[in-house]
Design a protein around this ligand. Structure first.
Ligand code: GDD
Ligand code: MN
Length: 413
């Protein structure tokens, strides 16, 4: 495929035909493409015609192309080719036999094949209304941004199309956890999990991305400091077919998060683990010295809560203290949260044991793991939340960003 880039670096001229059977295009000589619309598809045959029709109508004023990156096992590629022949804009399909990297890998392949540098990724099931593409594009044209995120959670957006209450809960919890793990890089983004966004591919390092599963935007935003804007959109129900999201995708997502941000959370876990050991030692020492069990437990809990706070101030969230509220306010929030957690967890364990007959050890372990994540989310998003957005970039702010950049290096601890 031969693309001749113009001096602006933002436009491309299609100069010839693709001869491989894998990639077919119907471009004529000299077409200029300003926007590449990348659609990852897995068995979406009944949605293709409607998607192309609505997209073509929506982007009638933009020189755009559609690239389907398809991993289907059904007749989706044939349907795409049929639709392409009569479409109002250029439509290509890249069919992949082995579906490397799943949805994320497909998006990456789309970026590589795109005729334009400005690329929009959109789902193939019409949950993302193509009518929102022009507003993403217009926002990018205004300048000063590398990424424009179509957000369900920004003011004016909606997430009603999520299948049921549990999907909404999972989506919100995953968003909170993700933001907690990347509080600086994801500060401008209310919906880092969306699959609908615009990227100028020249601003990202395509070779550095390691797409795993569904969350390609997260991968892009977490790896590099990019200028991000948001446009609200209403997430719709699927037009046809069923979702490919699964428990396996959930697992992929957790691995991706851990791999991307191994640092902060594992430090937080190490500090928490030290606290647990100290707790046991203090109870042991006090009861040995003749103090009653309840009193010993309370003293041990309060001492470790305070020590825990001092340690995370010093070692875990030190890069965020500068932007957060004052130390007494941070301490009050942390102290209250940990006490409330200790008080609430005990009756929950009791309830789990009596209601579902699991052993007290298992119930304690489950609540401790859940409590760990909740505690981390709370500290990252509430205790160390940045105060209102600062005006100009201060030296402190750039030092923080610098730290965040370093913290991204894999294997740090
Ligand atoms: N090429 C390719 N390969 N495409 C895939 C694959 C794959 O392995 N798996 C899914 N897709 C395509 C689907 O065909 C669809 O066009 C799009 O990716 C999204 O998949 P859905 O199965 O519709 O996922 P969803 O609706 O549950 O998830 C949506 O919401 C998430 C946030 O809640 C997507 O927009 C996700 O990207 C988004 O993160
Ligand atoms: Mn979907």
């Amino acid at each position: 495929m031969k693309f001749v880039r113009e001096a602006t670096g933002r436009r491309a001229t299609i100069d010839g035909f693709v001869t491989t059977t894998r990639r077919a295009t119907s471009y004529s000589q000299g077409d200029i493409i300003d926007l590449s619309i990348i659609v990852p598809t897995f068995n979406e045959a009944p949605n293709v015609a409607e998607l192309v029709r609505r997209t073509a109508a929506a982007v009638a004023d933009i020189e755009a192309e559609i690239i389907f990156v398809d991993d289907s096992t059904d007749d989706t590629p044939a349907v795409i080719r049929a639709v392409a022949s009569s479409a109002a804009l250029p439509v290509r399909v890249i069919h992949r036999e082995h579906g490397l990297g799943g949805l994320g890998g497909a998006v990456l392949e789309g970026y590589r094949a795109a005729a334009a540098d400005v690329c929009v990724v959109i789902d193939g099931d019409l949950q993302h209304p193509p009518e929102s593409i022009p507003s993403l594009y217009a926002r990018h044209r205004q300048g000063e941004v590398d990424v424009v995120v179509a957000s369900r959670y920004a003011a004016g957006g909606a997430s009603k199309g999520l299948a049921d209450k549990s999907r909404v809960f999972v989506s919100k919890a995953a968003t909170a956890l993700t933001k907690a793990m990347f509080p600086i890089r994801l500060k401008e983004t209310t919906d880092p999990m969306t699959g609908f966004f615009l990227v100028d591919r020249t601003t990202i390092d395509l070779d550095g991305l390691q797409p795993r599963g569904f969350k390609i935007l997260l991968e892009i935003l977490a790896r590099k400091t990019l200028r991000v804007a948001e446009v609200p959109f209403a997430f719709a129900p699927r037009f046809a077919g069923e979702s490919k999201a699964s428990m396996r995708q959930g697992l992929h997502f957790l691995m991706q998060l851990t791999a991307l941000r191994f640092g902060k959370m594992s430090l937080f876990a190490v500090v928490g683990g030290l606290g647990a050991v100290a707790n046991v030692l203090i109870v042991w020492a006090l009861t040995q010295a003749g103090v009653g069990y309840i009193a010993s437990a309370i003293v041990a809990a309060e001492v470790t809560i305070i020590a825990n706070f001092l340690l995370i101030e010093r070692f875990v969230f030190q890069d965020m203290r500068g932007q957060a509220s004052g130390v007494s306010s941070r301490f009050a929030k942390s102290f209250l949260f940990n006490n409330a957690e200790a008080v609430i967890r005990i009756p929950i364990v009791a309830f789990m044991v009596s209601a579902s007959h699991i052993s007290v050890v298992v119930a304690t372990a489950i609540t401790l793991v859940v409590a760990f994540f909740v505690r981390f989310v709370f500290h990252s998003l509430v205790v160390y939340a940045p105060k209102k957005r600062g005006a100009a970039t201060s030296p402190v702010r750039s030092a923080i960003e610098d730290f965040d950049k370093q913290a991204m290096q894999p294997g740090e601890l």
